[in-house]
Design a protein around this ligand. Sequence first.
Ligand code: UTP
Length: 564
Amino acid sequence: MERLSDDQIKALMGTPEYNQSHLFTADSDHATIIQQLKYFDRNYPGGIKNYIARARRLLVDSATGVNPLEGWSPSAPESQLVSPELNLDEFLSLEQEGLSEIAHSGIVLVAGGLGERLGYSSIKIGLPVELVTETCFLKLFIESILALQERSGTHIPLAIMTSEDTHDRTVDLIKTLGHEEYTSTIYLMKQEKVPAIIDNEGRFALEKGQLSGKPHGHGDVHILLYQHGIAQKWLSEGKKWVMFIQDTNPLPFKVFASALGVSKKNNFAMNFLGVPRIPKESMGGVARLTKPGENDLIVCVEYNIIDTLMKSSGHPGDISNRELGVGTPLTADFSPFPGNINTLLFNLPSYVNALQRTGGTMPEFVNPKYADATKTVFKSATRLECLMQDFSKMFNPDEKAGFTMYDRWISFTAVKNSLADAVQKVQQGLDPWSAGMGENDYYYCNNKLLQLAGANIEPPNQTETFSGITYKFPAKIVLHPSFAVSLSELRSKVQGRWDISARSVLILEGKNTVVNGLKSDGFLHITSSQENVEKTDGVVPRYVPVEENDKEYLKIRGFKMIHV
Ligand code: UTP
């Protein structure tokens, strides 16, 4: 298409293969549309023709109700439960195994999502994880990497996938975070939108006289890592592992080392990290799929497909182990398919091999919302999408994908939903995934880890309700990444007797900080080694409801912190 004149492109778009002549109206901006078409044709594997052909095929399948997993039987994948509460020695030993691999690892953050459900006007990685220090997600990730670098003595690279919606603001945010020596090494890869589609013919949508684009999904990250040569570069630098993380889960570095230990021990090409999944939860489930004559696959099945899959095997839908009559008392309330949290750990040599074989192109799907039963009209434009977890389908049969099960408190929470939606989720018995509950979950994780390190922490003794969501905030504990990168290191820092009250606010910071004896019933920020610290003054920061003129990052929580 590159070498065609504008008139030739218009003529080509009128052919049945494309069927896009509706784009060139009296009011539309022909020159811009032609530039957009050329750009997309250059960047999309197989060009526009391929995009339209795939869209038409997938839209027919969608309208006729084709089950994408027809013929495949799902079963629960084997998984290793890694729980410091249930088996501390095993957790510590996996962590040690993993820590010896940290120097050979790199991190990829996918941060191109619009965040429509949250309804925040700026980028999600700029939101504070908690209100005690107001450290934002990206800073937490970077400081976690810096702490690991300090222990391993090696540069641990970070690549971030942005999109048109998030790129410029990510660049601006990085400039405000400090740590310039490190942040200047971050690779940014921008994903492009794909044309929005208005009907089953695959005709493109116009918006203000130009082509309208929609996000293609986080599956683009693989193609970009390949096209930018980043995965290959890391491999040539001696890296062996790469962890993929999402924008608003503050916990991936709490499990990174132990998951590396699991991957190394089991020789996993890909390790899905995950949690027990509640039936009907909007979280994909990991399953082993079997089909006569085909190699087994370990894949993440999206939550809407789980329902179809279960029904096609004669079950009433997405139900629990108890209803299926399988599992143990511990797993009775959960889905047989453990929940994928999209913290994915890859063995880099296997990953790069697969990239070289496939170019990193992920399988696509389409999810149109139909206006009526004819399934010919959409409520709003749709597009092809792809998911990063589908990479498990790219491996050779001798390359194993596995699943590591964690408790939710140590591995996953997220900030995805507006307050109104979060209230509804709570009413349905699901995690709210709101900004406020994400903060609560972050403190809770730090409480549990400190308890496992030997501290006595008073359980929360009161509830607080803000904007319809009830919290039982535990002590507001911030473990700065520099303080400890593993539970074993944390255990070495907690010496003597530690007593922390439920209303305490405590920040622990510094690689060399060891505290021997602590009694806290107030606000404490400890940055150096100390003996017998005692803080029992009456005033601690507390939460109060937001007001009309508070900033947006507070309003999406429903509360703010005051220091009186
Ligand atoms: P989410 O499921 O949170 O979706 O993405 P989202 O697009 O950010 O938010 P909604 O659906 O509009 O409310 C999971 C992760 O994938 C990234 C997100 O930034 C997040 O880290 N993502 C999502 C991308 O990088 N690109 C995409 O096209 C979509």
